[in-house]
Design a binder for this molecule. Structure first.
Ligand SMILES: *[C@@H]1O[C@H](CO)[C@@H](O)[C@H](O)[C@H]1NC(C)=O
Ligand SMILES: *[C@@H]1O[C@H](CO)[C@@H](O)[C@H](O)[C@H]1NC(C)=O
Ligand SMILES: *[C@@H]1O[C@H](CO)[C@@H](O)[C@H](O)[C@H]1NC(C)=O
Length: 158
């Protein structure tokens, strides 16, 4: 009986430790940002080119701010960097993201459906880019969204 209880407690502790580890594990965020970097076909001022390196913690990368409690990426601000490229599906893995500012760049293509996983998002600025396609209906699933700026893109409004 006592053994069983000790075993139960140990299992509980292990489970708690592993969930704490996944919460502070920045690897997911690093992989999704590197995946974004891989989609950038033009970075004329080399904002990300050298700075976004796996040798340095993502929390120190240009445009990245981390949440001090979970050490997960909280804000991504790449506005006005003349970046050209597409948004990869993996961006949806930045599940702690609260603010995403990609304004005034040359991002193009459709917005991936996976962005619906950014449930904590409050601020989304995609203005002055070349995004196209229908205005995604999943914006409605981002319940915390307070600011949404889509100006100067070629979204089709139905
Ligand atoms: C973070 O997660 C990755 C992949 O899930 C794993 O390989 C790595 O060991 C983890 N690191 C820590 C510090 O938990
Ligand atoms: C993002 O999450 C999906 C689903 O969990 C996973 O298949 C994919 O490998 C992740 N991407 C990266 C870059 O870690
Ligand atoms: C992103 O950075 C630009 C330039 O520093 C700043 O003007 C803008 O307000 C920032 N966006 C957010 C959401 O903080």
């Amino acid at each position: 009986m006592e053994k069983a209880f000790t075993f139960f407690l140990l299992t509980l502790l292990l489970l708690m430790a592993s969930s704490a580890m996944t919460q502070t594990n920045i690897t997911i965020d690093q992989l999704s940002l590197l995946s974004l970097k891989a989609q950038i076909i033009s970075d004329p001022f080399h904002f990300l080119y050298e700075n976004w390196s796996p040798a340095v913690s993502v929390c120190h990368w240009v445009g990245v701010t981390c949440n001090s409690r979970h050490h997960r990426v909280k804000c991504l601000n790449l506005s006005n960097m003349a970046l050209m490229g597409k948004i990869p599906r993996d961006l949806g893995n930045l599940t702690f993201l609260v603010s995403l500012d990609l304004g005034s760049n040359n991002f193009h293509g459709n917005l991936p459906q996976e962005m619906t996983r950014l449930r904590r998002l409050k601020f989304l600025d995609l203005s002055f880019n070349n995004f196209r396609g229908k205005v995604p209906s999943w914006f409605g699933f981002l319940h915390h969204l307070q600011v949404l700026n889509l100006r100067n893109n070629t979204f089709t409004v139905l």
